[in-house]
Design a protein around this ligand. Structure first.
Ligand code: ADP
Ligand code: MG
Length: 707
């Protein structure tokens, strides 16, 4: 194997000390902490408080206001459990008196709470008042104030409240963090300072500190020398964030609540920086150790290919192909991300890249996220490449046999295009002279999977195609090691897609509308939210809908497609739809990626509120592929104004980037990227939807360092 990283292993982390070694942590405690994913001293020190409480100004009970979260403190003057015979309900309540008024704290149906409290206990209670007469908080968070020398940790300061678990009290956890800090603070590594330089904190010039963060590292500043990119000014200005250790301290002991946010940002920067550093090192390693295979080709296949294509490439496609060709003929292996909104025409670009490689005398592998897409690409490519004498072979988990496109020319080299799903990354597949790996719809694959496929060859070129427009922050994070090409225009002559949001009671009207389109010779998709393979009930529901829809649309034919079908069945269903033998396709979100049937111009998405925005955008990318006007109808059961506003975005724009940003904001990166392994490391502090500036800063820091 020749794909090796020369990146050195990180040094042993001085914080990798099991928590059981700390005073006061026995095996039982250690097991409880492990449930919080706290196993080492490092885990504990980086345990991020979920909120902070200002206990310098505990609110007098008499001043508590309805609906406003606040902390009160008093003595328990009465307590008890009340039970109802009917309905098996109970309420545990204690009454807190702080001298100004009484506060009722209630817990519904948790009678065992009684055992945690006693009359006379002094208690801090945090929550929102639900009534004034009497003053009541339901299910407050509480902490018993005990006499003890460590009370300065728990009172009269901004106090961190940690994610916790049964049996682990805030008080105990706080004390443990405090002790660990005392012993280990000096050993907390600082990736940024350690690597960027030994410049003492605070030595950044005023002029530089006055720069907005995006300007740090711009050419004018960079000219000062290798250390030009330091911490972002906002962090550099705070001595309390000068090192990671100080930031960790601040995280647990902020002087004011905004300081905790600064600490979070400093630690987020560290996380982003380490990730970027790894990516840049990988790049550098590739640059220095890998030679690109000569795959630029000589046009003898591409020329006839473009001639027989039923359309002309757009300027955007041509521009991207020029970039790809330069890479394929370059000294280093290509590492390129091709972004283009759904329907932008990435497939034909992939085809050209594959042909260049085959012209150069190498094989190509094309990996897709689903079998349906693999099958479809196989059909498309076999149709395109067959006449050129280039063999295309399909490999999926269910079908290892090869399907060869007919060879008509004996002049062509015997190189092949392999099309497949995950099966391609399984070990048996290792074609000779693999020149190019193309990954379609990348966001479904993790970075690790990408690496594994590339390792199949000796530094083959890599082209990653994604249809989900990835917001820039996420792009830099996920693809910091790739160059980026964008197809920024859809092919001309596309009918527009009109999107409408409708309530469920309008379905009959919607069906009538669809029938009208079928009468005009068009086809339609009807999509139901994700029916996971596992869920038999949901599957039944879709099957029932299908029966109903067959009656609804008779005599038109209605097909059914879902993930549980056998591969041959899926192929049959898709083939029928493609050939217009079925007119309506009822489907689960398996059609989300890559399916291409230009005559289908209507898409009805039921329960649209259950999809992410980016996913609906993907789905509706299945229509509007031909010259006809297309219609996407979102039927949703909308209960909140927020859900409505969210789906309205889809009505208003077809700009995939805007939709993706919106989705990222609403759902966070994990959900945005899908349930499957997103390839992203789990950030403790970083927040990709808020910390865009930090990601970019980290990237600059890493680039500066590595070069
Ligand atoms: P995606 O980028 O979503 O993968 P496809 O590659 O599937 O998009 O292309 C969508 C449709 O547009 C296909 O039917 C394809 O044949 C067609 N197409 C691609 N390029 C052009 C072009 N330059 N002019 C017209 N149609 C095109
Ligand atoms: Mg595609």
């Amino acid at each position: 194997m020749c794909y090796k990283f020369a990146v050195p292993k990180p040094p042993a982390n001085p914080l990798d000390v099991p928590l059981a070694r700390l005073r006061g942590v026995g095996s039982e405690r250690a097991a409880q902490l492990a449930r919080l994913k706290l196993c080492t001293v490092g885990d504990l020190l980086f345990h991020r408080p979920r909120r902070y409480e200002d206990r310098r100004h505990v609110r007098p009970v008499a001043d508590l206001r309805l609906g406003e979260a606040a902390t009160a403190r008093g003595k328990i003057v009465a307590l008890g459990v009340k039970r109802w015979r009917h309905g098996n309900r109970s309420v545990f309540e204690f009454i807190l008196d702080d001298g100004t008024a009484r506060l009722h704290c209630r817990w519904w149906d948790l009678p065992f709470m009684e055992k945690y409290f006693q009359q006379g206990d002094e208690v801090l209670a945090y929550g929102k008042l639900v009534s004034l007469k009497p003053r009541t908080i339901d299910h407050p968070e509480t902490e018993i104030v005990e006499a003890g020398e460590e009370n300065f940790l728990h009172l009269n300061r901004i106090v961190p409240i940690y994610p916790s678990t049964e049996g682990v009290s805030q008080r105990w956890l706080r004390t443990l963090v405090w002790r660990a800090l005392a012993d280990y603070e000096g050993r907390i590594p600082d990736p940024v300072q350690k690597l960027v330089g030994s410049r003492p904190p605070g030595s950044i010039s005023d002029a530089q500190a006055a720069q907005p963060s995006w300007a740090a590292g711009s050419p004018g500043i960079r000219a000062r020398g290798p250390l030009a990119v330091g911490l972002p000014p906002e962090l550099a200005a705070q001595d309390a964030c000068a090192t990671s250790a100080k930031a960790v301290h601040l995280l647990h002991f902020p002087g004011e609540i905004p300081e905790a946010e600064l600490a979070r940002r400093r630690l987020a920067l560290d996380e982003f920086f380490e990730l970027q550093l790894e990516m840049q090192r990988r790049r550098k390693n590739l640059r220095e150790n890998a030679r690109g295979l000569p795959c630029a080709g000589d046009n003898h296949l591409i020329k006839p290919f473009l001639k027989q294509l039923r359309f002309v490439l757009t300027d955007a496609q041509t521009k991207v192909l020029r970039e790809i060709r330069r890479d394929l003929g370059g000294a280093q292996p290509m590492r390129r991300l091709l972004q283009g909104d759904v329907g932008a025409g990435k497939t034909v670009v992939a085809a050209c890249a594959a042909l260049m490689t085959v012209e150069g005398g190498f094989n190509v592998a094309l990996m897709t996220p689903t079998e349906i897409v693999a099958e479809q690409h196989f059909q498309t490519f076999a149709g395109w490449f067959g006449p050129l004498g280039v063999e295309v072979e399909l490999r999926t988990a269910n079908r290892k046999t090869s399907h060869l496109a007919p060879r008509t020319s004996h002049l062509a080299p015997r190189n092949r295009l392999f099309v497949g799903t995950h099966a391609l990354i399984e070990s048996a597949f290792a074609p000779d002279s693999l020149g190019l790996v193309i990954i379609d719809e990348q966001h479904k694959f993790g970075v690790a999977q990408r690496e594994r496929l590339v390792r199949k060859g000796c530094y083959p070129h890599l082209l990653v195609m994604t249809a989900t427009p990835i917001p820039r922050t996420l792009g830099l994070t996920l693809y910091g090691d790739l160059d980026i090409s964008v197809i920024d225009r859809l092919p001309a002559g596309r009918g527009p897609v009109k999107t409408f949001l409708r309530a469920a009671d309008k379905l009959p009207k919607v069906f009538e509308f669809i029938r009208g389109k079928l009468d005009q010779g068009r086809q339609a998709y009807i999509v139901y939210p994700r029916v996971e393979e596992a869920d038999r009930n949901e599957l039944k529901a879709v099957a029932r809908e299908w029966e109903r829809l067959q009656k609804e649309f008779a005599p038109y034919q209605v097909g059914l497609l879902h993930g549980r079908l056998k591969p041959e069945e899926k192929q049959r269903v898709m083939a029928d739809f493609r050939a217009n033998r079925t007119h309506v396709l009822v489907a689960t979100s398996v059609i989300e990626v890559g399916v291409d049937v230009p005559n289908a111009t209507v898409m009805l998405i039921e329960n649209a509120e259950q999809f992410g925005l980016a996913q609906v955008h993907q789905l509706r990318g299945r229509i509007g592929r031909g010259a006809h006007e297309s219609w996407c109808i979102l039927v949703a059961d909308i209960k909140t104004a927020e859900a409505r506003r969210r789906l309205k975005v889809l009505e208003q724009t077809s700009d995939g980037f805007r939709i993706a940003e919106e989705d990222l904001k609403l759902r966070g990166p994990g959900e945005f990227l899908g349930r499957q392994q997103s390839g992203l490391p789990p950030f403790r502090f970083g927040d990709l939807s808020r910390d865009r500036d930090l990601v970019e800063h980290a990237r600059r820091l890493a680039a500066d360092l590595v070069s």
